[in-house]
Design a protein around this ligand. Structure first.
Ligand code: PFF
Length: 459
């Protein structure tokens, strides 16, 4: 791989870019695929009417998620820097860079709770290896999970381990850290997911789980469902918070952005569906309830695995693949904060990585302690964990996505978009660009506004 291949339009300030098109794909897909697919997608689908939710989620992904992803990658590459630097360069003297600043806050909020859930996943790899969570009795698995999350020391230590691992990878930089790790790990993730999926599908009674996942029940759809689906599509595709702008700044000038974004979204959807296929048939086969919320992964799943032959092997595989997924996503979340220290404050990259991990250990501890020491501290009726989650997915990311689409469609304008997405005329993708422009200018922002107003009971 070529480490500092200059980008034709000028190299990024960090001096590094993804060295190959495959590297761009695995890094970007690594960001999108994460706990969102395995922890969040199944329980949201499970508690919001199965396929009815899936349909709404698909609409949000096509009309909002993919468009914002294309837009962000385009701005990041054109502006040659993280979200703040790129927006400053593309709209000098204007306040648009604040969208990038809000993205750094989102990265803190998401990492705050995400690193904690990833910590549980890491812990569960060891617990499934030792067999200590292998029980068919949900009461036992509930007890195992509650005692983990209610223990302040364990919660903090697992979170720090997660931060140390991901920070450690980032010390190697963009090419040798992010690109190389995702190139190696993404295929492993796919293989393990297929393995667990086949096991689940071949269980007697699996069909019921598939029916559940694919047969729509529209009677449970409310205004909240739409906000959840929209929030999920932002969270899933890592958009609305500058992450894809940061990654876009590492794209080569000959990268076809609309194609890349579409492929990433498709592959990400496939992972979500495969996770659903790995989980729901097994849940039904052993008579468990699918709609058990965020604890599905840590309470129901262990009991499900314990019920099947060779369950412990599949359980280890399952938590390893979940850990891999979470790492790719966290690399991109950390990178947003690292580039803030690096490009905005001018610190060197290694120091920026260390500061990022340290800052997150402090900020994240409030989420880590949300089920123990700080369980009774509530803001707006939410624990820190839930507050970080809600503020990022359901408030900051949709607002960020709205502002980014408005900026692109109404301020940056068609000539700039055309130049950027055709790679300065190298690609003959006029129709794709036209479609993107129409969506990002009218459809994407309108949909976000409708969902947000609807939620506030204004519509
Ligand atoms: N896309 C990741 C997931 O679905 O797990 C989460 C995420 C990563 C959100 C990076 C935002 C982000 F910038």
């Amino acid at each position: 791989s070529i480490k500092t291949l200059p980008v034709k339009t000028g190299s990024v300030r960090a001096g590094e870019i993804f060295s190959s098109r495959l590297g761009v794909l695995t890094a970007t897909l690594g960001s999108a695929v994460g706990l969102g697919n395995i922890w969040r997608f199944p329980y949201l689908t499970g508690s919001n009417g199965g396929a009815a939710f899936l349909i709404i989620y698909l609409i949000c992904t096509v009309l909002v998620g993919i468009q914002v992803m294309v837009g962000e990658q385009m701005l990041g590459r054109a502006g040659k820097g993280n979200a703040i630097a790129a927006l400053r360069a593309l709209a000098p003297g204007k306040a648009w860079w604040l969208v990038g600043a809000a993205g750094v806050i989102s990265a803190f909020l998401i990492m705050g709770f995400y690193s904690e859930v990833a910590g549980w996943v890491f812990a569960y790899i060891f617990k499934s290896l030792s067999g200590s969570i292998l029980s068919t009795d949900p009461q036992v698995t509930t007890q195992a999970f509650t005692s983990l999350i209610a223990n302040p020391t364990q919660s903090l230590v697992w979170q720090w381990i997660v931060l140390a691992v991901t920070g450690g990878i980032l010390l190697f930089g963009v090419t040798k850290g992010i690109e190389r790790t995702t190139k190696t790990l993404m295929p492993v993730l796919f293989l393990l997911l297929i393995l667990v999926g086949i096991r689940s599908l071949t269980l007697p009674g699996a069909a019921q789980g598939l029916t559940y996942l694919f047969k729509p029940d529209f009677s449970v759809i409310t205004a909240d469902t739409f906000l959840e689906a929209l929030g999920l599509s932002f969270f899933k595709l890592s958009v609305g918070m500058g992450c894809m702008m940061t990654y876009g700044s590492y794209f080569r000038s000959d990268q076809n952005i609309p194609t890349t974004a579409t492929r990433v979204a498709l592959a990400d959807l496939m992972v979500s569906l495969m996770a659903g296929i790995a989980i729901f048939p097994a849940v039904f086969a052993f008579g468990f309830k699918p709609e058990s919320g965020p604890s599905l992964l840590f309470i129901t799943i262990p009991a499900v695995f314990a019920s099947m032959p060779l369950g412990n092997v599949f359980m280890v595989a399952f938590f390893v693949l979940t850990a891999i997924a979470s790492i790719g996503a966290m690399l991109s979340l950390l990178e947003v904060i690292v580039t803030f220290f690096n490009q905005q404050l001018g610190l060197n990259r290694k120091l920026s990585v260390v500061l990022t991990a340290a800052a997150l250990a402090v900020f994240g501890s409030a989420a880590a302690l949300s089920n123990s020491t700080l369980a009774n501290v509530k803001i707006l009726g939410l624990t820190f964990f839930d507050l970080y989650d809600y503020m990022s997915s359901n408030v900051l990311m949709p607002l960020g996505g709205l502002l980014i689409s408005v900026f692109i469609g109404w301020i940056w304008g068609y000539p700039n978009i055309r130049k950027a997405l055709s790679n300065e005329g190298m690609l003959k993708n006029e129709r794709v660009i036209g479609m993107f422009f129409g969506l990002i200018k009218f459809v994407t922002p309108a949909l976000i506004v409708i969902v947000l107003l609807n939620k506030l009971n204004i519509l």
